[in-house]
Design a protein around this ligand. Structure first.
Ligand code: NDP
Ligand code: DGY
Length: 319
């Protein structure tokens, strides 16, 4: 009887994923059986001797974790499309393969981005609050006005899988012009970041977090935006300099911001951004539909199994 391979799963995940692992007959699964993140010391202990690690975006997988796992380690499979939490250089050096979950969460994340954009631009959370707290005294011509998409210019920073899906969904709202900027140049409406930022009524960030995009949205960028512009970020919190964003929002330099991602996560409840009415913050729920999370878990588990057996992964990250 061949020995079962050791797999460490760093959190409770949807049962679709656990079923794939348990029914494979290939591995012995240890699970951090909680909905809360695994403490670092438990992570370092848990991965010891593992052939495979199934991790989340909240786990920092660096040289220390790889060393703690030891020479058995063949594969790291993350339940996310973003991989900025993985030290890819180190991982590559050790010949460990990486699985991730592109495509399957694109629709859910684009949908949430549109919801956040509309909620921010049309001041929906403020309106809901006013209904509850008695601030709604009458229909008032000048009250709770915001900005609409019809006839607008939308700029997408990072027109990847999700950025494109966002643009496609926004177009039917009557958007007049779509601008985008990316790392590599693409034909047609690709433009400079400066032009995108200064001409857009809505600036949507959907790029990956890299050393070049870290802090990309800073004072200089906000100072080029229209005063009436709405800023939306559903990529990673670290793409934004939050102090600069706070300054831009509180001084009226820009109209409003909607964020699904922050630094840190969770954002402390006394954070200055949470005091601003023109800032709508969600707890990183871009991909959070029941069906998407189930499919992500299944894909993540299948990536892991392929890494264990040395076969082709459904979604392998090219290192
Ligand atoms: P893609 O790799 O398809 O898209 C990323 C895009 O970022 C690419 O188009 C890339 O451009 C662009 N980019 C990279 N560097 C820069 C730069 N310096 N300036 C502008 N654009 C740049 O990934 P996805 O669309 O699938 O996912 C994007 C990100 O969204 C993920 O990395 C993740 O961080 C985040 N995400 C957040 C979710 C949430 O819950 N809020 C859910 C899912 C993802 P190029 O094509 O030229 O390389
Ligand atoms: C990702 O996959 O990178 C998201 O942030 C969560 O789905």
């Amino acid at each position: 009887v061949s020995q079962l391979l050791k797999v460490f799963v760093t959190r409770r995940i949807p049962q679709e994923g656990m079923r794939v692992l348990n029914q494979s007959g290939l591995c012995k699964v240890s699970l951090w059986d909680s909905d809360e993140p695994i403490p670092r010391t438990d992570l370092l202990q848990g991965v010891s001797g593992a052939h495979g690690i199934l991790c989340l975006l909240s786990d920092r997988i660096d040289a220390e974790v790889i060393n703690a796992a030891g020479p058995n380690l063949k594969v790291i499979s993350t339940l996310s499309v973003g991989f900025d939490h993985l030290a890819v250089g180190e991982i590559k050096k050790r010949g460990v393969r990486v699985g991730y979950t592109p495509d399957v969460l694109t629709d859910a994340t684009a949908e949430l981005t549109v919801a956040l954009l509309l909620a921010t631009a049309r001041r929906i959370p403020e309106g809901v609050e006013e209904v509850k707290n008695g601030g709604w005294s009458s229909w008032k011509p000048l009250w709770l006005c915001g900005y609409g998409l019809s006839g607008s210019t939308v700029g997408v920073i990072g027109l990847g899988r999700i950025g494109l899906a966002i643009a496609r969904r926004l177009k039917p709202f009557g958007v007049k012009r779509l601008l985008y900027s990316g790392r590599t140049s693409k034909p047609q409406m690709g433009t400079s970041l400066d032009r995108l930022v200064s001409e857009s009524d809505f600036v949507v960030v959907s790029c990956s977090l890299t050393p070049e995009t870290q802090g990309l949205c800073d004072k200089a960028l906000f100072s080029k935006m229209k005063k009436t512009a709405v800023f939306v970020n559903t990529s990673r919190g670290a793409v934004v300099n939050q102090e600069d964003l706070h300054e831009a929002l509180s001084s009226g330099r820009i109209a409003a911001a909607g964020l699904d991602v922050t630094t840190p996560e969770p954002l402390p409840t006394d954070h200055p951004l949470l005091k601003l009415k023109n800032c709508v913050i969600l707890p990183h729920i871009g991909s959070a539909t029941y069906s998407t999370r189930g499919i992500m878990a299944e894909l993540c588990a299948n990536n892991l199994l392929a890494g264990l057996t040395g076969s082709a992964m459904p979604s392998e990250l090219a290192l």
